[in-house]
Design a protein around this ligand. Structure first.
Ligand code: PLP
Length: 355
């Protein structure tokens, strides 16, 4: 059995892939592929409608928030957020916790004034800064809830008198959140929701339309809301597979249930990292991510040896991101505790071999 610890794109349960592949041939006994039916057909409208309802149900999204499935990935949101929420003469506050946060900052700076309230770049983003104040006159405050590359996660919503915008690309649907703590949530689908190609946006309607900017329609949230995510051809397959995965999550008992599993999975792996003298976690203990577990060994030689053993044990995708090195085990919703145990066994085996 292969254990996929890769960071994506798109780690989903096998049964979801199976159902998706069947629909590529014959969708719901229509005799047509999900890829070829019209996105304006009743059949596809039902897909989009159910996916939207399941997001609302699973995340308990209150009234007054719109749910969108857009294209362009989370990276397009870096620009869309600023275009839609940052007035010409206003300023936005950002927390810099890694590569993705920095990219969001870079894009927002092209659009308006940005104040970076704190950064953990001094320690290669291995922790989440906590001592900072969001200026009261900021149009919004942006942070990244899970730093996919560095393995840090923000569990408590930071204090902010400004509206909060969060990039939840790599931890959405992995734990319970209170949507009303946020004004805008965005997430590329491709970690816990579905294949790359769709981006989930949950936005509080009342914050839109206030910047006085002229926004090209394709970049304007209000255009997408008025068109029910059909302003242009939606990413039909990605939305469809997301729907299958949302159904899987609901059948499992929902976000509260998966959160408990994710807590156990992460604890099991971190416990072994802390116990085993050959491995060392890289993220500050209190900020350790439940989705991406980063660790190193004492030398490049040891890392190469462990990587070879991991390959033999079919532990896939554990090499760290090219910008940090070491190892990264991504343990998204679809990865079972069996895979975590296989990783822990390999770590123990390595220790024994080296004794
Ligand atoms: N934000 C986070 C936290 C990510 O992990 C990623 C990609 O891994 C992105 C943004 C960029 O997403 P995309 O490739 O969908 O633009």
């Amino acid at each position: 059995m292969k254990h996929n610890f890769g960071a994506g794109p798109c780690i989903l349960p096998k049964e979801v892939f199976q159902e998706a592949s069947q629909a590529v041939i014959d969708f719901n006994n229509t005799g047509l592929s999900i890829l070829e039916i019209s996105h304006r057909s009743k059949e596809f409208e039902a897909v989009l409608d159910e996916a939207t309802k399941l997001v609302r149900e699973l995340l308990n999204v209150p009234q007054g928030y719109s749910i969108l499935f857009l294209q362009g990935g989370a990276s397009l949101q870096f620009a869309m957020v600023a275009l839609n929420l940052l007035p010409e003469n206003g300023k936005a506050a950002y927390l810099d916790t890694g590569v993705w946060a920095s990219k969001a900052i870079k894009e927002a700076k092209k659009i308006g004034n940005v104040e970076v309230v704190a950064s953990s770049s001094d320690k290669n983003y291995t922790y989440i800064p906590k001592q900072y104040t969001v200026p009261a006159d900021a149009a919004y405050f942006h942070y990244t809830s899970n730093n996919t590359i560095y393995g840090t996660e923000v569990f408590d919503v930071p204090a902010s008198s400004a509206p909060i915008v969060v990039d939840m690309s790599s931890d959405i649907l992995s734990r319970e959140i209170n949507v009303s703590d946020f004004d805008l949530i965005y997430a590329g689908a491709q970690k816990n929701m579905g294949p790359a190609g769709a981006t989930l946006v949950i936005v509080k309607d009342e914050i839109l339309g206030k910047t006085g900017r002229v926004i090209p329609s394709i970049l304007d949230y209000t255009a997408h809301i008025s068109a029910d995510s059909m302003y242009n051809t939606p990413p039909v397959f990605s939305i469809f597979v997301s729907l299958l995965n949302l159904r899987w999550l609901k059948a499992k008992g929902g976000v509260a249930v998966i959160e408990q599993e994710n807590i156990i999975k992460a604890r099991t792996l971190y416990d072994e990292i802390d116990r085993n003298p050959f491995f060392k976690g890289t993220a500050a203990v209190e900020d350790r991510s439940r989705m991406n577990v980063t660790f190193v060994m004492d030398s490049a030689e040891l890392e190469a040896e462990f990587l070879a053993l991991a390959k033999e044990r079919e532990l896939i995708g554990i090499k760290g991101h090219r910008s940090v090195g070491g190892f990264r085990a991504s343990i998204y919703n679809a990865l079972s505790i069996t895979s975590i145990n296989a990783m822990v066994d390999a770590m123990k085996e390595f220790e024994e071999l080296k004794k």
